[in-house]
Design a protein around this ligand. Structure first.
Ligand SMILES: Cc1cc2nc3c(=O)[nH]c(=O)nc-3n(C[C@H](O)[C@H](O)[C@H](O)COP(=O)(O)O)c2cc1C
Length: 362
């Protein structure tokens, strides 16, 4: 059985190992453009030894940004900067992936460490978010999204397609569509946020329509030999997890039929219900999703122990593990994990490996 440090091939793309840097917003962009922060940050993640780096949630339109500092790919002017990120990742030996997203009703907020609240309407940077229905995340909060017209919906889908085309031009080889965390796509799927009574609301198939059509449309421009993946929130921890999971599995079967290659099994966050945090929280759920959909899977959430990660891969629960905060602590965590698991050489550049091996006790 392959382990954490065995390669993973999906379509024409091979990861040198099964550790991926999970997408992490950096809040450092200006008008969606990269700044001096981004290249060293992504170079560090890739040099640290992961097989795949998925670049942070990158907005497909300005109103799709979670915060004003989000990276964007909504115009050709944004392509050059993210191309430099893709090159830095590939030069360091990892596969360059990018997460494309639209924050829906959660757009237009302060960064989390400033409270994450919606920008005050008097703030010159503020904008009114859009969503399937005019339902705010925070009940009775004035940050009420504008309910999208059919034209808005088709525009947003086209924005995903255009961003995918730019990501390809920029040199990315892996796309993750952000269909989780209560952002636009997840908010179509969730009855908490979707009260529509047209073709995009009501039945599961209608609530899933935005996601299904978006995958199909992106697949048409994203080459068939490159992985098309999505992060889907399959649970909300809102007391209806069995329903959420069963519905998500059905939705993933539809997405697979449209050409989805892998799912990053995530959390819905469509409500403010607290999550029962625990180590390796989503691994068993990811395994169930893999079994029931036949899709390749990855997941994140509190995977911090090398042996746990290796076991999850060896037990075929996941194909790849996504790691986020552990890599912020230490971008070289894959090297540490390799040493812990007794895997020699793989992620260590030759000079480091030489000295490590030569200056160790016999
Ligand atoms: C600083 C930071 C930024 C994040 N930004 C994103 C993001 O852009 N897109 C996303 O889907 N998840 C984002 N996440 C969630 C991570 O991708 C990951 O799912 C989560 O942190 C759980 O993994 P961990 O326990 O290894 O940190 C972010 C997490 C952190 C810590």
């Amino acid at each position: 059985m392959p382990g954490l440090f065995d390669s993973f091939t999906l379509k024409a793309i091979t990861l040198r190992n099964r550790i991926a840097a999970s997408p992490m917003c950096q809040y450092q962009a200006e008008d969606g453009l990269i700044t001096d922060w981004h290249i060293p940050h992504y170079t560090a993640l890739a040099r640290g030894g992961v097989g795949l780096v998925v670049v942070e949630a990158t907005a497909v339109s300005p109103e799709g940004r979670i915060t004003p500092g989000d990276l964007g790919l909504w115009s050709d002017a944004h392509t050059e900067g993210v191309a430099a990120i893709a090159k830095a990742i590939a030069d360091a030996g990892a596969v360059a992936g990018i997460q494309l997203g639209h924050a829906g009703r959660k757009a237009g907020c302060m960064p989390p460490w400033e409270g994450g609240a919606p920008l005050a309407s008097v703030d010159p940077q503020a904008w009114q978010p859009v969503a399937p229905s005019a339902v705010p995340l925070i009940a009775a909060h004035p940050h009420v999204p504008r309910a999208m017209s059919l034209e808005d919906i088709h525009r947003a889908q086209q924005d995903f397609v255009d961003a995918a085309r730019r990501a390809l031009a920029a040199g990315f080889q892996w796309i993750e569509l952000h269909f989780a965390h209560g952002f636009l796509a997840q908010s179509f799927l969730s009855p908490h946020s979707n009260l529509r009574n047209d073709a995009y609301g009501g039945s599961l198939e209608n609530r899933a329509r935005f996601l299904i059509e978006t995958v199909a449309a992106v697949r048409r421009v994203w080459p068939v030999h490159l992985p098309l993946t999505a992060r889907l929130g399959v649970m909300e921890f809102d007391g209806h997890d069995d329903v959420n999971l069963a519905e998500s599995i059905q939705v993933l079967q539809w997405l697979k039929a449209e050409g989805l290659d892998l799912v990053d099994v995530g959390i819905g966050f469509s409500t403010l219900v607290p999550v029962p945090w625990a180590p390796n929280l989503m691994i068993d759920t990811a395994a169930q999703v893999a079994r029931d959909t036949g899709l390749n899977v990855t997941t994140s959430w509190l995977i911090t122990d090398a042996k746990d990660a290796d076991r999850a891969v060896r037990d075929k629960k996941v194909d790849v593990v996504m790691v986020a905060r552990r890599l912020l602590d230490n971008p070289h965590w894959p090297r540490q994990a390799a040493r812990e698991l007794g895997v020699v050489g793989q992620v260590l550049p030759t000079p480091y490996a030489y000295w490590l091996q030569n200056w160790s006790p016999a």
